[in-house]
Design a protein around this ligand. Structure first.
Ligand SMILES: [Zn+2]
Length: 259
């Protein structure tokens, strides 16, 4: 049983990732390693194969599509990986000012990946999704392809990472059964704090989205400290007992990652 679970972390892009994973295990911290390219995902799957506290997501981050670092080959490879992976992410759309001009290619990539996953149902699949100024189109894609809502295969969970949409979008995502991974940045804004109070406990998860800069060293101690700060702030906001909240979130996370 893990004490804390980081449900969205770029572990494999820490230069000392193997040590961080091992140190996290001694601290009773488990990690959902969300990857940003399919090449990273394949490397991380091999690297963490034997790590009991790490689950690797098959990902293709929308920024990598938007700025051309990843192209059609990567989309195809990410879709192929998603077809056989129980863990998918980080995928999604970013329609903020900086990236909105590439909406067409981003949407194509996301649809291709989600469609392939939908065509290859697994009894259990967890997605970690980036949705900046795009919660509505992201939910539309998952719903249309049958991975959200009444038709979704049992055991499918779409986690919206660092939710920043409107309150109507939050209501829709909640009703569709999405989960929400909350980090310290989420709680830094008034709106983020209001959302963190509105999300039902059984749809609430923790994340760090660490490290702050990719391809640099990081520590498990920092992951643990960040998760603990988020948890303490959440318990205070929600007027819940911190131990009971920690326990509920950790058990829910364990079920999602089959730890
Ligand atoms: Zn991320």
């Amino acid at each position: 049983m893990y004490r804390l679970v980081d449900m969205h972390c770029h572990l494999d892009r820490m230069t000392n990732a193997t040590n961080v994973a091992m140190d996290a295990a001694t601290r009773s911290v488990a990690i959902f390693d969300t990857t940003v390219t399919p090449t990273d995902a394949l490397a991380a799957q091999l690297r963490f194969e034997a790590a009991p506290n790490v689950r690797v997501g098959a990902g293709l981050h929308p920024w990598w599509i938007a700025d051309g670092r990843c192209g059609e080959e990567d989309v195809i490879q990410a879709a192929r990986l998603a077809a056989t992976s129980a863990y998918v992410g980080e995928i999604g759309l970013d329609l903020s000012k900086r990236y909105a001009s590439t909406e067409t290619v981003q949407t194509h990539a996301l649809r291709t990946i989600v469609e392939r996953a939908a065509c290859h149902p697994l009894p259990h699949r967890v997605f970690s999704v980036h949705a900046v100024r795009s919660v509505t189109p992201v939910l539309d894609i998952f719903e249309e392809l049958g991975l959200l809502g009444a038709d979704a295969p049992a055991g499918t969970t779409v986690i919206i990472h660092w939710f920043s949409g409107s309150s109507d979008e939050l209501t829709r995502a909640r009703r569709l059964g999405c989960a929400f991974s909350i980090n310290e940045h989420t709680l830094a804004t008034k709106r983020g704090r209001a959302y963190a109070q509105a999300i039902p406990r059984n749809q609430l998860l923790l994340e760090t989205d660490a490290p702050p800069g990719l391809d640099a060293p990081y520590t498990a101690r920092e992951l643990e400290a960040s998760l603990t700060r988020t948890l303490t702030a959440l318990a205070e906001l929600r007027r819940e007992d911190p131990h009971a909240l920690a326990e509920a979130i950790a058990r829910a996370s364990e079920r999602l990652l089959r730890l």
